[in-house]
Design a binder for this molecule. Structure first.
Ligand SMILES: [Fe+2]
Ligand SMILES: [Fe+2]
Length: 257
């Protein structure tokens, strides 16, 4: 089993570079599953039914989100109705959408879980206990499980890797938009990376036009942020799953079009 996971796709430059690069990645790696983090896919912040459908049209099996999940109100009903899209599970119960899902294809079942960190971020419950209760619920119902841990602090992400080691196929970090160089299979068999990175304009400040982000830091005055489009890349990881539900390998893919 091979799973291709795409880091935070930022705006139309991100969607376009993904569409351009994906056929080559499919040819080279032949992934069975494609999961995309789409929390920045609509104009740089949030998701809409339009951007989600664009990913499904590209062949995505599931979409994960993060702290921008609720940016667009008109997507709330879609989050409730579309079972292949997940927002952080440890948000307030009763908020739109779901935190985990099971997608099925060719007789195989993939559990997809989205969790939010709590260091410098807001969530209703601890991602650690939330992960425990979701894994209880998924027990015996999946062949492989992917956790997208959307978090700011590397310490919290590394800790989640150890918490989930031997219990899920992969725990991949998202949100910082900067890929980390620590991808590996942990000792008990879980593929782990602190951050997959961003699919979008590389010549930017995490997806925002550099001059605008710089002006904000220099002047500490309000600045209008726009999504950058210079030099877009795809940041992803390829995970190879074992028949026992754990991982054989994880490979970082940083791809220019
Ligand atoms: Fe993001
Ligand atoms: Fe985020």
């Amino acid at each position: 089993m091979k799973l291709l996971f795409i880091g935070d796709v930022v705006g139309s430059p991100g969607r376009q570079v993904l569409e351009k690069v994906l056929p080559g990645l499919r040819e080279q790696h032949a992934p069975d599953w494609l999961v995309v983090n789409g929390e920045n896919s609509a104009g740089g912040l949030g998701v809409t039914s339009k951007t989600a459908k664009a990913f499904f049209d590209m062949g995505a099996d599931a979409i994960t989100l993060g702290n921008h999940a609720y940016r667009h109100r008109d997507a709330y009903a879609y989050l409730d109705d579309e079972p292949r899209i997940v927002r952080p599970a440890n948000y307030v119960k009763g908020n739109p959408g779901r935190g985990h899902t099971i997608v099925e294809k060719d007789g195989a079942r993939l559990g997809v879980v989205n969790l939010s960190g709590t260091v410098f971020m807001k969530a209703a419950r601890s991602p650690f206990s939330e992960a425990d209760s979701i894994l209880d619920e998924l027990a015996g119902r999946t062949d492989h499980v992917l956790v997208d841990f959307h978090a700011e602090a590397t310490s919290e992400k590394v800790a989640m890797g150890w918490h989930l080691d031997g219990r899920v196929t992969a725990c991949v970090g998202t949100h910082t938009h900067v890929p980390t160089a620590d991808a590996r299979v942990l000792p008990k068999g879980t593929a782990y990376v602190s951050d997959v990175g961003m699919t979008g304009a590389r010549d930017s400040v995490i997806g925002v036009r550099s001059e605008q982000a710089l002006e904000s830091f220099r002047t500490q005055m309000p600045v209008r942020f726009e999504t950058a489009d210079e030099n877009p890349w795809v940041n992803a990881v390829l995970i190879e799953g074992r028949p026992d539900g754990l991982a054989a390998s994880i490979q970082q893919l940083l791809v220019a079009p």
